[in-house]
Write a protein that binds this ligand. Structure first.
Ligand code: MRU
Length: 389
């Protein structure tokens, strides 16, 4: 039970490979790699895929210096992969969790029903504890639990493939939602638009196409000349490492900036729109997303630049009244004291590392979903959106 490297290649895209993130449990497991196959990454980024009876995920901790897939064979291994950010981004985390449940069911399918149920419950518990903010994780687990309940009269050997089919359905539906969202959002971007984004809300953060980057991809597919300004996104650098890499794969022009350069570029009229993703949207339209998003939204309002959030309905948490109630993950101090093995802050300096923030709905120009665009979202409009779903 564990994680294996299945593909590994040094990329030529990155001229100055970044130091790798610090070793995690998932990384240690790599030393037990079963096999190593060289392969070229395709231009289409496939974040998660089912191969040879197991789940393969791109190891996002080592991009862009290295491109490799890791193979997962249990719920515990997937939970560790989510926690250590092999996979990250709300919809991708949801898909990974669904496959984690399916893997656990397949692993336990020859056990007697009580042992199977107890083992699968353990898998659900491990996955639910992996990261707290992205609601897609809990949404996907609830959907897998419902599927399990539906098949409760069946044997473990019958339930396991049904749960795998449910995970495949969640994966396919996410790609479809992103494509629809992309088409709705693309209409908001004018030809030649320079679009600022924060973090990575692309194919790497989803089952494919992306949410915020999906809007940009769809605009490009529609023939618009859109270019991207990517915030580097401290502390884990999803913008510098992932967004810049992913857009380069598709030949979409991207310019990387330090997070604190966004205000300057806005003040010079160099940004036409902001499009970001979301990890959880409260019932009143408040948006939890990567730390720094709130600051970008305030700047956008100051400069009268439209601020759009692109997210599927699975990111809306109708059970949370406002952003104040969204659980915000705090990660380790070393992510702030330096990066990877490099340390630039004094040893032992006190650190706060909240990795998400909340943008109040009043700063959101429009919420782009697979069901259409909700201008100036509020509680009433969100309720209507969900009831029409
Ligand atoms: O900590 P991460 O990388 O999982 O955070 C991801 C983000 O905040 C993304 O912007 C968000 O999930 C949208 S993903 C489509």
């Amino acid at each position: 039970m564990g994680v294996n490297i299945v593909h590994n290649q040094q990329l030529t895209l990155c001229c100055h490979p970044l130091p790798h993130p610090p070793p995690s449990r998932g990384r240690e497991l790599l030393f037990g790699a079963r096999r190593l196959i060289m392969s070229k990454p395709g231009s289409k980024v496939e974040t998660l895929r089912w191969r040879d009876g197991g789940l393969e995920m791109i190891d996002q901790r080592v991009l862009p210096a290295e491109f490799r897939y890791l193979q997962f064979d249990s719920a515990a291994a997937v939970a560790d992969g989510i926690r250590s950010m092999v996979v990250r981004g709300a919809p991708a985390i949801g898909c990974a969790a669904a496959y984690g449940v399916a893997l656990e069911a397949l692993r336990l399918q020859h056990q007697a029903p009580p042992a199977f149920s107890a083992g699968l419950e353990g898998g659900f518990t491990a996955l639910a504890a992996s990261r707290p903010t992205a609601v897609n994780l809990f949404w996907a687990l609830a959907r897998m639990r419902n599927a399990w309940r539906t098949f409760s009269g069946s044997t473990p050997a019958q339930i396991a493939p049904m749960l795998l089919a449910e995970a495949h359905a969640i994966h396919a539906a996410d790609v479809e939602a992103n494509r629809r969202m992309g088409r709705h959002g693309a209409a908001l971007l004018k030809d030649g638009a320079r679009v600022l984004t924060h973090c990575n809300a692309g194919a790497l953060a989803t089952a494919g196409h992306g949410t915020a980057l999906g809007v940009i991809r769809s605009a490009v597919e529609a023939g618009k000349k859109v270019s991207v300004i990517a915030n580097e996104t401290r502390p884990v650098l999803q913008g510098a490492r992932l967004t810049a890499w992913e857009l380069a794969q598709d030949g979409i022009p991207v310019t990387l900036i330090a997070d604190n350069a966004a205000g300057f570029l806005m003040s010079r009229g160099e940004i036409d729109a902001v499009v970001v993703g979301a990890d959880r949207i409260a019932a009143n339209g408040d948006v939890a997303n990567k730390i720094g998003t709130y600051a970008v939204a305030v700047l956008a309002q100051r400069h009268r630049i439209p601020f759009y959030v692109a997210a599927p309905l699975s990111t809306i948490d109708a059970g949370i009244a406002s952003g104040a109630d969204i659980p915000i993950e705090e990660r380790g101090a070393d992510e702030i004291r330096g990066y990877g093995a490099t340390r630039w802050a004094p040893d032992g300096v006190a650190v706060r590392n909240p990795v998400f923030d909340v943008t109040p709905a009043e700063l959101v120009t429009g919420l782009i979903t697979e069901k259409g665009v909700v201008p100036a979202p509020d509680a009433g409009k969100i309720r209507k959106l969900l009831s029409a779903a």
